[in-house]
Design a protein around this ligand. Structure first.
Ligand SMILES: CC(C)(COP(=O)(O)OP(=O)(O)OC[C@H]1O[C@@H](n2cnc3c(N)ncnc32)[C@H](O)[C@@H]1OP(=O)(O)O)[C@@H](O)C(=O)NCCC(=O)NCCS
Length: 187
């Protein structure tokens, strides 16, 4: 169990300057690929990464602590009630204190706000910290092939955040539920 942050970080919409600051936390090409996938070139160029990660296409979330930006992540709408979580990163000195969990919870909240019923993500299968984070929040290995998994070591995961239930009137209403319905992660 990681230590909880003493003060919960403040959550806000991220700016391109936040993205550039977060990108500076990755110091090698391998770290960059694990964080941002194969489409982002290293060394990261702030003007290029905005386009490479579809910054303007989704919700970009920043967490701030007393020392400034502490985490960054994206919730990207993919249609069909699906939101894809991407580029999750915590400032290196702040890891292991629950910040990553707070960030992904904020991204899931953004997905819920957009009426998504499924949150997906891709994680490198040797990224134990990230897999532990996502599994702890209820994500499970996805059996749906073919989304955002261009890199071979990538493990698709998903979290069901809502489901449709028929209303007595015959219409349809969204009933929120947390927890995953998918099959468990295999090591
Ligand atoms: C992955 C990452 C976001 C985790 O952030 P974090 O703030 O350290 O995570 P938290 O402290 O909130 O930990 C939440 C859970 O993650 C898991 N976890 C965190 N660090 C871990 C580690 N080093 N080893 C194994 N599990 C770990 C644990 O299950 C933990 O739950 P617990 O508190 O019940 O033990 C962070 O390590 C990071 O920024 N990594 C580099 C970028 C990256 O790989 N992003 C993921 C792209 S898919």
């Amino acid at each position: 169990m990681t230590e909880r942050p003493e003060h919960l970080p403040h959550v806000r919409e991220a700016t391109p300057a936040d993205l550039a600051a977060a990108a500076a936390w990755v110091t090698t090409a391998a770290e960059c690929e694990r964080w941002a996938g194969p489409d982002v070139t290293f060394p990261v160029k702030p003007e290029a990464i905005v386009r490479q990660i579809e910054f303007d296409a989704g919700r970009n979330v920043a967490l701030e602590d007393d020392d400034g930006l502490v985490a960054f992540g994206q919730a990207l709408p993919r249609g069909g009630g699906r939101v894809h979580v991407a580029r999750v990163i915590v400032r290196p000195d702040a890891r292991g204190r629950g910040v990553g969990r707070a960030l992904v919870e904020a991204l899931i909240a953004r997905a819920r706000e957009s009426s998504a019923s499924l949150v997906t993500l891709s994680v490198y299968s040797d990224n134990a910290a990230a897999i532990g984070l996502y599994t702890g929040l209820g994500f499970r290995r996805s059996q749906r092939p073919g989304y955002d998994t261009r890199s071979s070591p990538s493990l698709p995961m998903e979290l069901r955040v809502g489901r449709w239930r028929p209303e007595p009137s015959g219409g349809r209403a969204l009933t929120r539920s947390s927890g995953a319905l998918g099959p468990g992660v295999r090591s």
